[in-house]
Design a protein around this ligand. Structure first.
Ligand code: PAF
Length: 423
């Protein structure tokens, strides 16, 4: 008998019923027992946009005498019995059944990979699995260090450096998504060790911003970070980073007066302060930032250059959902309709690119077109839409040389940003 974990998902028709029917069918397979079932979770479709509601996902622990291949065949038969059609690519479906774990076995065939390769990368698997396989899930991030004290972090780094190892560093505030994971993968590829910090930095949030409600789930983030190649998570608390009597701040001038700073005064001072503290604690060879936060990356580059910080800053491309929406931890706040509307930011940037490609150089005309497109969405309010010199962030009337097209808008109550650089 093998003990296995299955992932179940449905986003068409009576979703709960399909999950229940699938579990009944699994329980009716030869000498197979369904031992435990997780709660049902509502999740967003991943890798495609569905007009129908999101997915309902669950995980089940079963025992079965069937081989992994026979079990896979039976699961496919259940899927087609419950109305799933065969399609290439990702689509809405009444039922989706995956083998996540099959005992301790590792299988790597073109049509079956066990443990399931996305087990540790996707919330729709992780959340239900945590209900019924907590220790198994914990063991997935067990090899990774989680350090919360600055002194211990320094010790870890010292031990790596004595051995001549290089350090790649990805600073984050947690709520990791594919954008962060791509930075972690790159950091691991370029360096011997990858360190990720998870710290929701209070001094970069305004008094009316989402500091308190910012999503925090260390266990989930650790598993995701580990799966992308992280060797050590630095997870200090606010008291460790800003003890009583804390008085020192780092501030970059001029390029922090505009764009996001106008509606978020003090934000960049908070970012540069925490990032310089983190650089001092971790001493990375290379630190990684996403181009989605273009202004942040530019400000940090300038800070590192002006303060002669001995490291390299690498800015990596924005990772997008299949409809172009830039990945962001704040996308999780969007309702289903807002999520569909949010794609308009990328569409507006694409429109600007097309206009520039066709020879338009007048910034006002480009901005007018982008604003028009965005404001067609009832949920959208624009904070700014501008065309600026990509190095100085000073707005330009005529597009010449390296130019930044940047947008910030509220979709419902969620503030999203996106940008594009044209040369
Ligand atoms: O981009 C972020 O998540 C934050 O601004 C950063 C760089 C981790 C500093 O808190």
């Amino acid at each position: 008998m093998a003990v296995c974990y299955l992932g179940l998902g449905s986003n068409l028709g009576n979703r709960r019923k399909f999950i229940r029917l699938a579990l009944e069918r699994v329980g009716a397979l030869e000498k197979t027992k369904v031992i435990k079932v997780s709660q049902l979770y509502e999740t967003e479709p991943q890798g495609f946009i569905a007009a129908s509601p999101g997915f309902i996902n669950a995980a089940a622990k079963i025992s079965t005498p069937l081989s992994a291949l026979k079990l896979l065949k039976e699961l496919k038969a259940i899927e087609s019995e419950l109305g799933r059609k065969k399609f290439k690519g990702l689509r809405s479906r009444p039922i989706d059944l995956d083998i996540l774990f099959y005992g301790n076995k590792r299988i790597s065939l073109p049509y079956l990979k066990v443990p399931h390769p996305r087990v540790t990368e996707r919330d729709f698997v992780l959340r239900p699995l945590k209900d019924i396989a907590g220790p198994l899930i914990k063991s997935l991030s067990a090899k990774m260090k989680v350090i919360s004290k600055i002194s211990s972090m320094r010790e870890f780094i010292r031990a790596q450096k004595i051995k001549g190892r290089t350090i790649g560093f990805v600073p984050t505030m947690g709520a990791l998504h594919q954008g962060h994971l791509s930075l972690i993968r790159q950091a691991k590829k370029d360096n011997d060790r990858c360190v990720v910090s998870i710290f929701v930095n209070p001094i970069q949030f305004g008094p009316k911003e989402d500091y308190k409600k910012y999503p925090r789930d260390l266990e989930r983030d650790s598993i995701l970070a580990r799966s992308a190649g992280c060797d050590c998570v630095f997870f200090p608390d606010a008291g460790e980073m800003y003890p009583e009597n804390y008085l020192t701040y780092v501030f970059v001038e001029k390029i922090t007066d505009c764009l996001c700073a106008r509606l978020r005064p003090g934000h960049f001072k908070g970012v540069t302060t925490v990032v310089s503290k983190l650089f001092n604690i971790i001493g990375p060879d290379i630190a990684y930032f996403g181009q989605k936060d273009y202004q942040q990356a530019l400000v940090i580059k300038k800070m590192a250059e002006d303060l002669n910080m001995p490291l390299k800053i690498k800015v990596m491309p924005t990772i997008r959902e299949s409809d172009g929406l830039a990945m962001s931890s704040r996308n999780a706040y969007l309702s289903a309709q807002e999520r569909l509307d949010a794609a308009v930011l990328h569409q507006a940037l694409q429109k600007a690119k097309e206009m520039i490609f066709q020879g338009e150089r007048n910034s006002r005309k480009i901005i007018r077109e982008m604003r028009k497109m965005i404001l067609k969405k009832k949920s959208a309010k624009i904070d700014y839409a501008l065309v600026a010199d990509a190095r100085t962030l000073v707005p330009v009337n005529v597009i010449r040389g390296k130019t930044l097209i940047a947008l910030a808008a509220r979709i419902g109550k969620t503030r999203l940003i996106d940008n594009m650089v044209v040369c």
